[in-house]
Design a binder for this molecule. Structure first.
Ligand SMILES: [Zn+2]
Length: 764
């Protein structure tokens, strides 16, 4: 899965919809009352009739006749009304869920012709994109609920009784959202803090024109910006587990991020124009002479474009082909323009001998090209670009003038403004550093918590269904199958939150060296960024702790970690819409079940499959099985590349999205089989009112599909199709169903129906 950009203040009034649109509540109440009335008259009649001059025989015959008539009436009632009612789930959770599900559907559409329209047609109509936004989806509404909950918790007063780490988190958030930030005094102070930092490198070159003089070598510039601002303009370096030997940490070097993220964005005229305007606007706000700003920023942009040009966003090779472990000396030979001994010494505070093979490269070609690039450009341009990336990354944390320039960029490139400041403070800043404190606050706010135990049955069932699927597999050779099974069985789980989440000592230690104060937000952010990098650098030469949690509960996203061979389902993902223990199991398996299965399958997707049962990069597929897998992969790439998103008349890229599509197709299938297994063990379950004409199996697919209801603005949709690794909503849903034989069977789709294509790319 991946996180969804979130917005502020968007609520859907589900309760209103339930009360107005769900007639089933009233019907149920009326029927219950009627049943009660029917039971009494028998005794009443008997008492009345038999006391008045009737012979006993006549009285008995009459009573018998009445009893027969009443029994027939009762049986009729039972058949026509009571029986289906007894099978309905009428709890408040089920009624809300039923109304929500039903209201999203357009039941006039044939599910075999267009399942998206059938499951989400009315959702799309009743959820237009609000002003200033570029996308609206059912999943995003779910995320917003979690974000709103955190925002409420973080706004509460900072208490002296709370753990130090929680006090720091609340102080950080409250300073971040404070309107004080835009007061002239704070604005002025913020400006000077930024300038002081830039001056250490000779200042931001556009501010000084040709008078600019460097105060730092390239090595010192790169190392310091990384350590203090987490900015890595030329390449990305981090300490990570070695993919070939994951008990050890190594230095991992990869290509750098770009401000516009996708390299393709630098080829689009419109986006580049908007970006350059943004750059000029920020530069002039910083004090760059208006007449010089455009040419100065154009110079920086030319360098950024050159970097975009040598990056490979859509590699056709696998992770196996890219892995290269080299020594510092070999790296020096590859990129001569950087003195790596000096650079590593500043970053790691130690001398690393040139013969030590401690660097893993996933971007050899990029690094070779980078050497040529550094030779082509002067230090002024490179410093300008590096400092620009620092400034640009801090724009949301500066004053209103800067933030408005940022909103304008988003409006021009995505068709809408960015998320509000509260979301930025929470998701882009606090969540990274304060993951444990956020989890602590969340858990403290919940009254009953046994989510781990509740989910255990679902996970166990999905896992054992997957083991059976692997055992039944016909395209894997026995040797490969054995490792696949071991990998599935050894896969570990990080569910909801870490065991030590409420341990205050543990919590405080992780933030002991972090300074956060109410004085100035920018200072807080810089402290936060430096703290994160230092924590990562400190891992160097330490063994990998495989039990360490690596995600926050606020970021509503599930993960698969190939190094640990582990799935991670944070507590934020286990809330209603995706999960409630009170939901029928067709919904539990169709939603959170599908999420869990999707993550398990990532262990066997395009990249995940190259890691073995212990999480090490290892070729465990024999040639025969490997060839069949590639065939299936090709089938899936072709399937998705044949979709055209009619709204923008754009063809999807089945290649960049293939890993996610594999996880979607196989994950949905696995969750469905696990649900069938549940039905086998537990038998029939109660249906949802309004939807009781659909079978349990049909309901599984309806519940699953409604995760992906969503509307896009054209600009945003075009960008997502071009840049994202996930297929956009409509085809994310349809793609999974097109490959499912179960889906066609369950809905009895004819052979020529649109939702029942002849070619089905089945993975497992
Ligand atoms: Zn995924």
């Amino acid at each position: 899965m991946a996180s969804v950009p979130v917005s502020l203040g968007e609520h859907e009034s589900l309760m209103t919809e339930v009360q107005v649109r769900s007639p089933s509540t009233a019907t149920a109440a009326t029927t219950a009352a009627t049943t009660m009335k029917h039971k009494r008259p028998t005794n009443w009649l008997k008492a009345y009739l038999c006391q008045n001059k009737m012979t006993f025989g006549l009285c008995l015959s009459l009573l018998l006749a009445i009893t027969i008539v009443m029994s027939l009436l009762f049986l009729y009632a039972l058949h026509t009304r009571l029986r289906p009612q007894q099978k309905l789930c009428l709890t408040p959770e089920c009624i809300t869920l039923a109304a929500d599900t039903y209201n999203a559907m357009d039941v006039t559409v044939d599910p075999c012709e267009d399942f998206y329209q059938f499951a989400c047609g009315n959702w799309d109509k009743s959820h237009p994109i609000p002003e200033g936004r570029s996308v609206r989806s059912s999943f995003e509404s779910f995320v917003n609920d979690v974000v709103d909950l955190y925002r409420e918790l973080l706004r509460k007063p900072v208490l002296s009784t709370e753990p130090d780490a929680v006090r720091k988190l609340k102080t950080f958030y409250q300073t971040c959202i404070s309107t004080e930030r835009d007061s002239p005094a704070v604005e002025n102070a913020t400006y000077h803090i930024l300038m002081q930092h830039l001056d250490r490198f000779g200042g931001f070159p556009p501010l000084y024109g040709e008078q600019w003089q460097s105060k730092s070598s390239l090595e010192r510039l790169l190392a310091t910006l990384h350590l203090e601002f987490n900015i890595e303009p030329l390449f990305e370096l981090k300490v990570a587990a070695d993919d070939m030997n994951n008990s050890q940490h190594i230095i991992l070097i990869n290509h750098p991020s770009l401000f516009l993220q996708a390299s393709a964005a630098y080829e689009s005229g419109e986006e580049i124009d908007a970006y350059l305007n943004f750059m000029v606007s920020v530069a002039t706000s910083l004090g760059v002479d208006r007449s010089q700003a455009r040419s100065e920023m154009q110079r920086i942009l030319t360098f950024e474009k050159a970097i975009a040009n040598i990056r490979d966003d859509q590699p056709s090779n696998t992770v196996m082909d890219f892995y290269k472990k080299i020594s510092v000396g070999e790296l020096q030979q590859m990129v001569k323009s950087i003195n790596w001994t000096v650079y590593f010494h500043i970053v790691f505070k130690e001398y690393i001998p040139p013969d030590q093979s401690i660097v893993v490269l996933y971007a050899s070609q990029y690094m070779e090209d980078l050497e040529r690039l550094i030779r082509r450009f002067d230090i002024r341009t490179m410093t300008g670009y590096a400092l620009w990336r620092v400034i640009a990354s801090l724009v949301p944390d500066l004053s209103k003038t800067f933030r408005e320039a940022h909103y304008e960029l988003a409006r021009l490139t995505q068709g809408a403004a960015l998320n509000g400041i509260g979301s930025h403070c929470l998701l882009n800043r606090a969540d990274e550093t304060f993951a444990q404190s956020m989890t602590y606050l969340y858990l403290k706010s919940q009254s009953d918590d046994n989510i781990r135990e509740e989910l255990q049955e679902v996970i166990l069932n999905i896992r054992s269904t997957f083991y059976e699927t692997i055992k039944r597999n016909t395209w894997m050779t026995n040797d490969t199958k054995k490792v696949a099974l071991a990998k599935a069985q050894l896969m570990s789980e990080f569910i909801a939150y870490p065991l030590e989440a409420l341990n205050e000592t543990y919590l405080n230690i992780s933030h002991a060296h972090l300074n956060i104060a109410f004085d100035n937000h920018l200072n807080n952010v810089i402290n936060l960024l430096g703290n994160e990098v230092r924590k990562n650098i400190a891992l160097f030469r330490k063994p990998v702790d495989k039990n360490q949690w690596m995600t926050s509960s606020a970021q509503v996203n599930a993960l698969y970690d190939s190094n640990r061979n582990a799935i991670i389902i944070p507590v934020g993902m286990t809330r209603p819409f995706l999960y409630s223990s009170k939901f029928p199991h067709f919904v539990i398996y169709g939603r959170i079940g599908m999420v869990i299965a999707h993550e398990i399958i990532h262990g066997f997707d395009t990249n995940g499959r190259y890691f073995d049962e212990h999480g090490n990069l290892n070729q465990w597929w024999n040639n025969e099985t490997d060839a069949t897998y590639r065939e299936t992969e090709r089938c899936i790439v072709e399937q998705y590349s044949n979709y055209t998103y009619e709204q923008v008349n754009m063809t999807l890229n089945g290649n960049t999205t293939r890993s996610e599509n594999i996880a979607d197709i196989a994950g949905t299938e696995l969750a469905f089989l696990a649900y069938k297994q549940w039905l086998k063990v537990h038998g029939d379950e109660r249906r949802l009112p309004l939807l009781d004409n659909y079978t349990h199996e049909q309901m599984f697919f309806i519940a699953f599909s409604q995760i992906w209801c969503g509307n896009y603005l054209n600009e945003r949709l075009r960008k997502d199709i071009r840049d994202m690794i996930h297929t956009p909503f409509r085809y994310r849903m349809i793609g999974s169903l097109h490959s499912s034989h179960h889906f066609s069977r369950v809905f009895q789709c004819k052979e020529n129906a649109k939702m029942n294509p002849q070619t089905k790319c089945t993975v497992f």
